[in-house]
Design a protein around this ligand. Structure first.
Ligand code: SF4
Length: 299
């Protein structure tokens, strides 16, 4: 019988490659690979706080959006291989630096390697563990994180399967994401804050894209009307930071969002009564991408 690593079916891509020898769609082999582990100040205020979030950026990604701001790590696989023992040390080092949390960024393709590390180190962590994800994840695997993750930061990027097909080659993204986020909400329950910092809960993030205002509004209406999303409360984080890559094959993506686009989506969120976070439109002028320079990777 083949092991999970010999025929990887960890995520909806179902590549069935032998990750001992090669990588699949996510670009990841078996060994954990990370690009940076450092305090990070660009998350929502309840995550970054004053001291920063203890962000660990994993190399590779199973979604591969064509407009990704983190291309050097998501598709070019920049990073260095580390052991599970080193990952555990990094968590403790970030905690010692004063991080408000441990923030696992795009870690889904290393779930099999990370779970034993979390099981071992969790009793030594006094701060919450965050799972920061594109949400293109299977419910079966997310269930394995139950009790190990305190806060989920799932994206809900696309609501129209055609958009998901064009930009990420994943027409099933909306369907998969809905199920994944409902599982995350089931695990966390309602948000719990302590001194303005989130200790438990789920923040659903949505990036407003140029030319997709109506899709964003349809998503917000769906989240508001679907009773499954109200069994537990969540926070909504509406993001304005879309930055065009050069010469996208999709002409609509070659510009920033307009003030009108962002404000109309924001107004909808307010009218529907969501609570959470929004970014100033000036966020599209700023860079939220840190230097991927292996900071904090080695002891
Ligand atoms: S984790 Fe990577 S190799 Fe495994 S199924 Fe997903 S994309 Fe393919």
């Amino acid at each position: 019988m083949q092991s999970a690593s010999e025929s990887c079916s960890l995520c909806p891509r179902q590549c069935h490659v032998n990750r001992n020898e090669t990588s699949g769609f996510c670009g990841a082999k078996n060994q954990i690979r990370i690009a940076r582990a450092a305090l990070h100040f660009w998350e929502e205020p309840c995550i970054s706080g004053v001291n920063g979030s203890g962000a660990v950026f994993f190399s590779g990604c199973n979604l591969q959006c064509c407009f990704c701001q983190n291309m050097p790590i998501s598709s070019e696989n920049f990073g260095a291989e580390i052991s599970g023992e080193r990952l555990a040390e990094i968590f403790l080092e970030l905690q010692a630096q004063g991080a408000h949390n441990i923030n696992l960024i795009t870690a889904g393709h290393y779930l099999l390697q990370i779970i034993p590390v979390l099981e071992k180190i969790k009793p030594q962590l006094r701060i919450p563990v965050i799972y920061n994800t594109s949400s293109y994840e299977s419910v079966e695997n997310l269930k394995k994180l139950d009790g190990l993750i305190d806060i989920y930061l799932p994206d809900f990027k696309f609501f129209d399967p055609e958009t998901a097909r064009n930009y990420a080659n994943a027409p099933d993204y909306p369907e998969i994401t809905e199920k994944a986020i409902l599982e995350m909400l089931r695990q966390t329950g309602n948000p719990i804050f302590e001194k303005h910092l989130l200790k438990k809960g789920c923040i659903i993030r949505h990036l407003v894209m140029p030319g997709h205002r109506q899709e964003s509004i349809a998503l917000l209406n769906y989240l508001a009307e679907n009773s499954d999303f109200h069994k537990n409360q969540f926070l909504l984080s509406l993001m304005a930071q879309y930055t065009p890559m050069q010469n996208s094959v999709y002409p609509e993506l070659n510009r920033k969002i307009t003030k009108m686009e962002y404000n109309s989506v924001l107004r909808t969120a307010q009218d529907l009564g969501f609570s959470g976070y929004s970014q100033d439109k000036s966020a599209s002028e700023q860079s939220y991408t840190p230097d991927f320079n292996l900071e904090g990777v080695f002891s």
